[in-house]
Design a protein around this ligand. Structure first.
Ligand code: FRU
Length: 507
């Protein structure tokens, strides 16, 4: 505890020295502090964990190291929200113990008390997580990771580890982690989707305590740049039929370098997952959406949040008091494009509660550069734009400042690609691969190009064409990017443009 206290103090002093007044640790105005994305007040965060909705509260746990701003012995940090937009940080939920660090995992509402943890009618919330044993790691054992349980009998406030841990011992697979558990109603059993090195293994259980192997998927499918991590198996409704999406994150090997999330669409029968195609599809083409998983217990809605960073540089990004944010929560769906079913992601409607002043422009002709700075004047906003594919040419939306830092979000007509270019976005030299231009395909869908851009101080999330192409990128300008331009050398006409200023949700 003493160590933690000293680190916080040191960080506070450092932050003051580097940025002066108004940038205090843990405040809204701290440099690069997102205004409507969750960040811990201080210290290191990576994957979102145990996301569950219960009795009107969304719980988000996360990989957390309270002793510093780089990865260390993992805990589960905890924050809660009524709307997934305003978050209130809570005491740490799970601490490392004699079985190891607390790695990623999920949480479920055990409505039928299958686990028997419930007492006096209280429904237990059960967390299923990986214990990672550093002592065994030192001994070069390959059985360092195994699955364990913790439960809460006060609606998620406090957690007790199960005395019978681990519930799923390691069979001799070095990477054996990140259990995502869901109830499979058709066969009244729990299904665990587990990362097992270069593929996914499915297990089932009647009670969350004893697990049997069902099947494997992925050795001969998809991208294998790194271990398949943080999987999720998600049922989605498509024209009245249930279609299953399997997400498997890899690091490295992403389409624009480093960490990224691939997915497969297919069927699941309680035992096997069968993909319609074994070719990788990418959930997000940006560099900064990793380890995203969905909330449990949200009924018909499927809502995902990711870690808005990338292992390629996460530990060296130039924030001071804390490291990393989550992405905005995204509602997932499916859309047919040609003969394929693709995953769509859209910002959740609850984010509209942040909307402040807004303006719209109709039939805007842009030749070279159109300056929107006077109208926008800030760096947290929502930008919506629609163009017809026939009349458009190359264009970009440019976030900039007086110092000449800029982030370009654009469309390249001849390549039929979207891009985010952060090559000149400010501080880029903390890692050699950071200052790059990232590209993403435009899928042949509608006749209109429709873009939703969510900008929040040091990040941009692009949702294009009904959520078919997604790009999430972070950046670190020397001064706030509070200038905004639309640029097109050949000239374009924009039938419809709306800009909405967004309020801060930092409490
Ligand atoms: C993914 C990951 C997980 C692991 C956790 C450790 O980012 O590597 O596979 O459980 O981070 O913090």
């Amino acid at each position: 505890m003493r160590k933690i206290h000293l680190t916080s103090l040191l960080l506070a002093v450092l932050s003051q020295l580097s940025f002066g007044q108004g940038n205090q640790v843990g405040t809204k105005s701290e440099r690069y502090r997102p205004q409507y994305h969750f960040t811990p007040k201080a210290h290191w965060m990576n994957d979102p964990n145990g996301m569950v909705y219960y009795k009107g509260t969304y719980h988000l746990f996360y990989q957390y190291y309270p002793g510093g701003t780089v990865w260390g012995p993992m805990h589960w940090g905890h924050t809660t929200s009524k709307d997934m937009v305003h978050w209130q940080e809570k005491p740490i939920a799970l601490y490392p113990d004699s079985l190891g660090y607390i790695f990623s995992g999920s949480a479920v509402v055990d409505v039928h008390n299958t686990s028997g943890f419930g007492k006096n009618g209280q429904v237990p919330l059960v967390a299923i997580f990986t214990h990672h044993n550093p002592k065994l790691e030192k001994l070069k054992s390959d059985k360092i990771q195994y699955q364990s349980l913790a439960y809460s009998l006060d609606d998620g406030k406090t957690w007790t580890k199960y005395a019978g841990n681990p519930v799923l011992p390691n069979p001799g697979i070095s990477d054996f982690r990140d259990p995502k558990v869901r109830w499979y109603e058709a066969q009244k059993k729990w299904i665990m989707t587990l990362a097992t090195k270069d593929h996914i293994t499915f297990y089932s259980s009647p009670n969350l305590k004893s697990w049997s192997k069902e099947s494997e998927f992925g050795r001969d499918a998809g991208a294998h740049g790194g271990v398949w991590e943080c999987p999720d198996l998600i049922p989605l409704n498509h024209n009245g039929k249930t279609v299953w999406v399997l997400i498997a994150n890899i690091n490295p090997g992403g389409p624009n370098g480093g960490s990224a999330a691939q997915y497969f669409v297919g069927d699941f029968d309680g035992k096997n997952f069968r993909a319609y195609s074994k070719k990788t599809k990418w959930m997000d083409y940006g560099a900064d959406n990793y380890a995203g998983v969905t909330f449990s217990n949200t009924g018909n809605r499927t809502i995902l949040m990711g870690w808005m960073s990338n292992w390629q540089y996460a530990t060296v990004v130039p924030t001071v008091a804390w490291r990393s944010a989550t992405t905005v929560p995204r509602e997932l769906g499916l859309k047919e494009v040609g003969k394929e079913l693709l995953l769509t992601s859209k910002p959740i409607k609850e984010l509209n509660t942040l909307n402040e002043q807004s303006f719209s422009l109709k039939n805007l002709a842009v030749k070279d550069s159109y300056d929107l700075t006077a109208k926008t004047k800030n760096n947290t906003g929502l930008f919506k734009l629609e163009l017809s594919t026939q009349n458009t040419d190359d264009f970009s939306i440019v976030l900039a400042n007086e110092q000449g830092n800029e982030v370009l979000i654009g469309y390249d007509k001849s390549a039929n690609q979207y891009y985010i270019d952060r090559s000149h976005s400010g501080k880029v030299d903390f890692e050699k691969g950071f200052g790059k231009r990232h590209t993403a395909p435009r899928f042949p869908s509608d006749k209109t190009i429709s873009l939703t851009l969510m900008v929040d101080v040091a990040s941009v999330e692009l949702f294009a064409d009904s959520g078919l192409t997604i790009m999430t990128d972070i950046f670190f300008p020397e001064k706030p990017l509070n200038k905004l331009f639309i640029k097109s050398t050949t000239g374009i006409s924009i039938p419809n443009l709306t800009y909405t200023r967004l309020a801060s949700s930092v409490l």
